[in-house]
Ligand binder design. Structure first.
Ligand SMILES: N[C@@H](CCC(=O)N[C@@H](CS)C(=O)NCC(=O)O)C(=O)O
Length: 196
């Protein structure tokens, strides 16, 4: 399997990290989406990374689809529940972490538009979404266990540090600060941290 990524994409980082956690044989292929390469467009008409190319040449995309597939490849995995409502709650938890990423990504795009003619409604709305999302993640993460939720949360808060160092998610959410202090040296996170 090949995973098409950009090294700064937090969505791709979730999967690079998950592949390491699950010890999957995945070749990571750097494929910057802004280059609009034909291979990326053939695999994902939306032109986004991450994309997982399966060995038969077909493609899966959207990080939450790919993570579900990767987790299904390892039946005994303990990172996420597999049955009943617990499974759907876990999928919702990933959607929550992804929502923080979505708002952060949109906020970054907004910032690149410059001030002229800009409607402040959207950046302010994205910042409130990030704050609510971070608070909701803080209420959900375990103080001692490490599952996919905790790992996705790490990716989300480190993306905030990368792009918006002024957002004080640690001060607002001591549980997230404690999570970060506990997991920041975990091998899968260290190995996938975006280049400075
Ligand atoms: N919902 C998608 C979001 C993926 C996404 O937005 N990726 C960004 C990189 S961080 C991208 O490829 N952007 C290029 C574009 O939007 O054209 C997922 O979870 O995979």
């Amino acid at each position: 399997m090949q995973l098409l990524v950009s090294l700064t994409s937090p969505y791709a980082r979730k999967l690079r990290m998950l592949a390491l956690e699950l010890e999957l044989d995945v070749e990571v292929v750097e494929t910057p989406p802004m280059e609009d390469g034909p291979a990326l467009h053939a695999a994902n008409p939306l032109g986004k990374v991450p994309v997982l190319l399966l060995d038969d040449g077909t493609a899966l995309y959207d990080s939450a689809v790919i993570s579900g597939y990767m987790l299904s490849l390892v039946p005994g995995q303990t990172l996420q529940p597999t049955q009943g409502l617990a499974y759907w709650y876990a999928r919702t938890d990933e959607a929550l972490a992804d929502g923080v990423l979505d708002a952060s990504y949109l906020l970054r795009l907004e910032a690149s538009h410059g001030e002229a003619g800009r409607n402040p409604l959207w950046p302010e709305r994205y910042r409130r979404t990030i704050a609510r999302g971070a608070a909701a993640l803080a209420a959900k993460v375990s103080a001692t266990e490490t599952g996919y939720l905790e790992l996705c949360t790490m990716v989300a808060v480190e993306y905030l540090d990368l792009r918006f160092p002024e957002i004080d998610w640690r001060g607002a959410n001591p549980a997230l600060a404690a999570l970060h202090a506990r997991l920041k040296d975990r091998a899968s996170l260290v190995a996938t941290r975006p280049p400075a």
